[in-house]
Design a protein around this ligand. Structure first.
Ligand code: PA5
Length: 357
């Protein structure tokens, strides 16, 4: 393992990020505001209101917004919301399904396949993309297309890939006005970006501190089922894609019925695990208790345990604030490994090989 970059050396962090991942992170509050304007400007046919389920189909950075949507509307909508990350759509889809086909590039083959099936199944489709084949297909079919700006990685475009879908639900009257929620979200992110910025020294920057704990270790992210679970997935994905390192996740209470038992052997491997527990005061009280007791069980066996708490008042703020910390951690971890966070050459390799047949 190489010697890590010192995270107090600001110029080294920047030199390691030629694709501007940190800049994209800094711009997230403004991206969310722009995304709301884009979403509110979409002309959605009135019959799209008559739906009995919602499906979001996409992969990777284009799918995670679907999970945020699912959790956000969970206690607001009386209909199921399903996130599909596959070529094939579930059989229940019909003309009562509102389906968002989401692909930042517009060229992800699984999403294109799901889009074509959705057409055949008669779903009410909205495409959300920067362009590519998805935009062309949807325009040809006369389906509404939400076009978001290009120029960043899909995983840095979570605002663009989530908020327009919420704005559509708002304009259909399926969820309440988003203004207050969005104001809280952007204020929370603006506050947080000051605390996570690369210019701050390690001792005043939680994300740099966690990156240091993760360096040379295996990150394991634990969260609460049905609440912060989406953020645990996000931390894992961001560590994989930005830092090009492994990471794993699980959720309470399920992990208390299996994973928690596996902390006896092999001792040398367990010592390499660095655990983060994502916490939110809205978590079920018994889950919060389980998080406390689980720490007692593992703390002397693993490398370390860190609790990370959500901030803000609204649901979106709480989820995004936790995700935003993880996003920064992944970029600082990439810096420590001397890895450019932007390129994802293994994904590109796979896509190119698959395109050849
Ligand atoms: O973050 C990434 O680059 C990936 O996870 C992509 O989002 C994923 O490969 C799907 O591509 P797209 O978002 O263009 O549909």
């Amino acid at each position: 393992m190489k010697n890590p970059i010192d995270l107090n050396k600001v110029e080294k962090i920047l030199a390691n990020d030629p694709g501007g991942m940190l800049k994209a992170l800094w711009n997230l509050p403004e991206q969310c505001e722009e995304a709301l304007t884009i979403g509110r400007g979409v002309q959605v046919p009135p019959d799209y209101k008559a739906v009995s389920n919602i499906v979001i189909t996409g992969l990777g950075g284009s799918a995670i917004g679907g999970d945020f949507l699912r959790l956000y509307v969970n206690d607001k909508l009386g209909i199921p919301v399903v996130v599909n990350r596959d070529y094939i759509l579930p059989k229940f889809i019909d003309n009562k399904t509102l389906l968002f086909a989401v692909s930042y590039s517009g060229n992800t083959e699984e999403t294109l396949s799901a889009y074509s099936q959705a057409r055949e199944m008669g779903a009410k489709i909205i495409a959300l993309t920067n362009g590519g084949k998805l935009r062309a297909m949807a325009e040809q079919d006369g389906a509404p297309v939400i076009v978001v700006p290009a120029g960043i990685s899909p995983r840095a475009a979570t605002g663009f890939l989530l908020i327009p879908t919420l704005a559509v639900l708002e304009s259909l009257g399926l969820i309440a006005d988003l203004t207050e929620e969005m104001n809280d979200l952007t204020a929370t992110l603006r506050n947080l970006r000051e605390q996570l910025d690369f210019s701050l020294p390690i001792q005043r920057n939680l994300a740099k501190q966690i990156a240091q704990r993760f360096f040379g270790k295996i990150p394991v992210i634990w969260a609460a089922s049905g609440n912060t679970e989406v953020v645990a997935t996000r931390w894992k994905g961001q560590i994989n894609e930005n830092a090009k390192a492994p990471a794993y996740w699980n959720v309470f209470p399920e992990l208390n019925h299996n994973e928690i038992v596996g902390f006896e052997e092999p001792v040398e491997l367990l010592e390499q695990l660095e655990i983060v527990i994502l916490r939110d005061k809205d978590d079920h009280p018994r889950v919060q208790r389980r998080m406390d007791i689980s720490q007692e069980i593992i703390k002397d066996v693993v490398s370390g345990v860190t609790e990370v708490w959500s901030s803000g008042e609204g649901r979106l703020s709480k989820l995004f604030s936790l995700a935003y910390i993880g996003d920064h951690v992944s970029v600082y971890l990439a810096a420590m490994y001397g890895i450019d966070p932007t390129p994802v050459k293994n994904i590109d390799f796979l896509k190119n090989k698959l395109a050849q047949g």
